[in-house]
Design a binder for this molecule. Structure first.
Ligand SMILES: Nc1ncnc2c1ncn2[C@@H]1O[C@H](COP(=O)(O)OP(=O)(O)OP(=O)(O)O)[C@@H](O)[C@H]1O
Ligand SMILES: O=P(O)(O)OC[C@H]1O[C@](O)(CO)[C@@H](O)[C@@H]1O
Ligand SMILES: [Mg+2]
Length: 540
């Protein structure tokens, strides 16, 4: 947590708060953008009149030709007659010369960009960016930032850029760090964050705020937000964290508070849906190359050398897949989404033997969540329980598979192998982010700040098809992003490693788990669904 001083909770500041807890007011169905931007939407439903759903908490706006906007909540949905102010950026010399700096009220970003001539326009998300009107005056803002879940390269960059974005773009001086994840809201003192305090933190791995699993108590957290007079809450974390953020937002709205709750998706596993990819992912893939290189050097330097590298990926094998594709030294990549087997024809042992005979060495990359079912069958009493957040704890599949390979070849007695197992997982997670991730983190942080200043709330900021957007929490939390093994990207991997698929085509057709497409930029955008007829849903 470094040497950043902590100080006690602020005394309650009530000025920015709407009245105390009350029943949830009705969502204003007619407003598309609050009063945040001038002009009104010209959208109209296919049936003729504009359509905005108010039957659920979802804000769905429909338009011509199958246009759907999955909009995010705004203060004006539940707090009437809020004043708005001109965006101070218009007087900022750095930005004032930019043509059309402010985002147009009707700008939205399509989720699906590969379309056919007659395709409906489909789902869109609100484009992120500065609005002409804001709903906070700089002196009234008391922001806070919290980081939750596992570490990920780039966390400190996001923290830095939120603090600097608030300060330099909007003149906000009061930003607090919440110490040690969600429980820090009610169990720890806060950490004052200024541009000076965060100046160098992007060069460090980890999070200067600390993080944790478990400890999410919605009521206590919102009580603490109220008591401290916080009115902007920036929540950086993965799928679990965003679920927690959604509950905080619901409680804030139930109490009628003018408190913006915004998420920034963090997941080294890239398991958050909708967004193109998560920050820190490229850093992880880059750093994984060092471990794979080492495994390759070790393996090729000795007769029948086998290098085994375990990479992170609890349920989603993106790091393993991309690290494998990038390296070209990997002979086999095993991920949670693609079951495999060890013995017999078409199994892993047979393939290893073949590669050793052909090449004299081989490199195996395995994601930590791969082969867990196989492992629990082989180790009968295997139940590692759950972590504090309820995530299943995993056995070390790298150790297990290494032992299995050793046992197999020693039992057969026909081949002496030399196996080296490398587990770089926590070393990868703990490094600072590379340059491209730093830029990505900066844009994410600035986007989320623009959104909260403009009065949006209950959203996650994320990149969709290369554009910054505001995504409603429910879209982020309703499912997980997984590698689709019936997609061309996995086919590319199979053809680059030449490993067996461990699947028969019949099993692929019957596999019900492969229903969801992965996010767009990580897949082949030329891949049309028609190409995949009969083998599950494509990526579009
Ligand atoms: N369903 C949920 N409802 C409320 N809070 C949750 C929920 N799931 C997780 N949380 C809280 O979110 C925080 C982080 O969750 P978790 O440990 O699962 O990490 P994560 O955000 O998914 O990140 P990652 O998996 O990438 O490490 C924890 O404090 C946990 O209590
Ligand atoms: O050991 P910890 O810190 O709980 O986290 C391990 C998990 O966190 C992740 O890195 C996700 O953040 C997973 O890949 C991994 O399974
Ligand atoms: Mg998670």
């Amino acid at each position: 947590m470094g040497s950043i001083p902590a100080f006690p909770a602020f005394p309650a500041v009530k000025s920015s708060l709407a009245p105390e807890p009350r029943d949830r007011p009705a969502i204003n169905p007619g407003k598309l953008d609050g009063a945040a931007c001038s002009g009104s939407s010209s959208l109209s439903a296919a049936g003729g009149s504009a359509g905005v759903s108010d039957t659920t908490k979802k804000k769905i706006v429909t338009g011509d030709a199958g246009y759907i906007l999955e909009d995010v909540p705004h203060f004006s949905d539940y707090i009437p007659n809020l004043p708005s102010y001109p965006n101070p950026l218009q007087d900022n010399p750095s930005y004032s010369v930019v043509k059309q700096y402010f985002v147009h009220v009707d700008d939205s970003v399509p989720q699906k960009i590969v379309v056919h001539k007659d395709s409906p326009r489909g789902i869109h998300f609100r484009r992120a960016g500065p609005r002409q009107q804001v709903y906070f005056e700089a002196d009234d803002v008391q922001a806070c930032i919290v980081t939750c879940g596992g570490l990920c390269p780039g966390l400190n960059t996001v923290i830095r850029e939120i603090v600097c974005g608030l300060h330099h773009m909007y003149g906000v001086k009061r930003v607090l760090g919440i110490d040690g994840g969600y429980r820090g809201f009610y169990a720890r003192n806060t950490i004052p964050l200024t541009p000076k305090v965060v100046n160098d933190i992007h060069k460090r791995g980890g999070t200067i705020l600390g993080t944790s699993r478990g400890g999410h108590d919605t009521k206590k957290i919102v009580d603490s937000i109220q008591d401290r007079g916080i009115n902007q809450v920036y929540i950086i974390g993965g799928d679990g964290t965003q679920r927690g953020a959604s509950l905080i937002f619901e409680e804030v709205r139930r109490r009628g508070l003018k408190v913006a709750v915004a998420g920034i998706p963090k997941t080294i596993d890239n398991d958050v849906p909708v967004i193109d990819k998560s920050f820190g992912f490229d850093t992880a893939v880059e750093e994984a190359q060092r471990a794979i290189n080492a495994a390759h050097v070790e393996a090729e330097s000795i007769e029948n050398g086998i290098g085994v590298v375990k990479l992170m990926g609890r349920n989603s094998g993106f790091i393993a897949m991309y690290a494998t594709l990038a390296s070209r030294d990997v002979d086999c990549c095993l991920i949670p989404e693609s079951p495999f087997f060890l013995e017999g024809a078409g199994g892993l042992f047979e393939y290893i033997e073949k590669r050793l005979k052909e090449n004299g060495h081989m490199v195996l990359v395995i994601a930590e969540g791969a082969g867990q079912e196989l492992m629990s069958k082989s180790i009968q009493s295997l139940d590692n329980g759950k972590d504090a957040s309820g995530n299943k704890l995993l056995q070390d599949v790298g150790l297990w598979i290494s032992q299995k390979i050793k046992d197999h070849f020693s039992q057969q007695g026909k081949m002496t192998i030399n196996l080296k197992y490398i587990d770089p997982t926590y070393m990868i997670r703990a490094i600072p982010s590379i340059a491209s991730d730093n830029v990505y983190c900066t844009l994410l942080a600035q986007s989320v700040v623009h959104g909260t200043m403009a009065g949006y709330t209950g959203f996650t900021s994320g990149l969709v098809n290369g554009r910054q957007t505001y995504i409603p929490f429910y879209r982020i939390t309703e499912k997980q992003n997984n590698v689709v093994i019936t997609d061309r990207m996995w086919a590319r991997l199979l053809s680059s490693t030449n490993q067996p698929s461990f699947w028969s085509p019949k099993e692929v057709i019957e596999d019900k788990r492969q229903e969801e497409p992965p996010t767009e930029l990580l897949v082949d955008q030329d891949c049309a669904e028609d190409d995949l007829v009969g083998i599950g849903k494509g990526t579009g």
